[in-house]
Write a protein that binds this ligand. Structure first.
Ligand code: UDP
Ligand code: MG
Length: 140
């Protein structure tokens, strides 16, 4: 079993798509082992996306991620990191495959509905960014 960290981004919450996206995630075989609704500040959003600090889109990304509540989750599945990236599709919805979460719901490369960890190592770091050990509970 592997874990990955996702965030249903503020556009997902604003569009009232939490249920639709969680349903798609569960139907794809992922188990939700941690979940909460929070609002990031510019500071915490910038810390989470610190790897992108020098990129031209960083300011917009921080503004967007702190613009409203979001829903981080830890997901569990065999091959969770790669399978989740496949489920959500390319960063830019225009390039995402049919049926992926971003193709179905995202408006732009910036406002793209969902985050997914890009490696198992980063998933561990990102999971502990949002969740304490006692907030992570397997279904069975
Ligand atoms: N992003 C953006 N413009 C870009 C690239 C990325 O606004 O040209 C945003 C977008 O919200 C993306 C996030 O920054 O999801 C992180 O970028 P990354 O390249 O890590 O994409 P991801 O891993 O989310 O597919
Ligand atoms: Mg990334």
């Amino acid at each position: 079993m592997e874990r990955t960290l996702t965030i249903l981004k503020p556009d997902c919450v604003k569009k009232q798509l939490i249920g639709a996206v969680v349903n798609q995630i569960e139907r794809a075989g992922f188990r939700v082992v941690a979940m909460k609704k929070i609002r990031l500040t510019k500071e915490t959003a910038g810390e989470f996306y610190g790897v992108h600090r020098e990129r031209p889109f960083f300011g917009e990304l921080v503004d967007f991620m702190s613009s409203g509540p979001c829903v981080p989750m830890i997901l569990e599945k065999e091959n969770a990191v790669a399978d989740f990236r496949a489920l959500i599709g390319a960063t830019d919805p225009a390039e995402a495959k049919e049926g992926t979460v971003r193709k179905l719901h995202a408006d732009s490369k910036g406002e793209n509905i969902v985050h997914g960890s890009d490696s198992a190592e980063n998933a561990t770091v990102e999971a502990s960014f949002f969740f304490a050990a006692e907030e992570v509970v397997r279904n069975n």
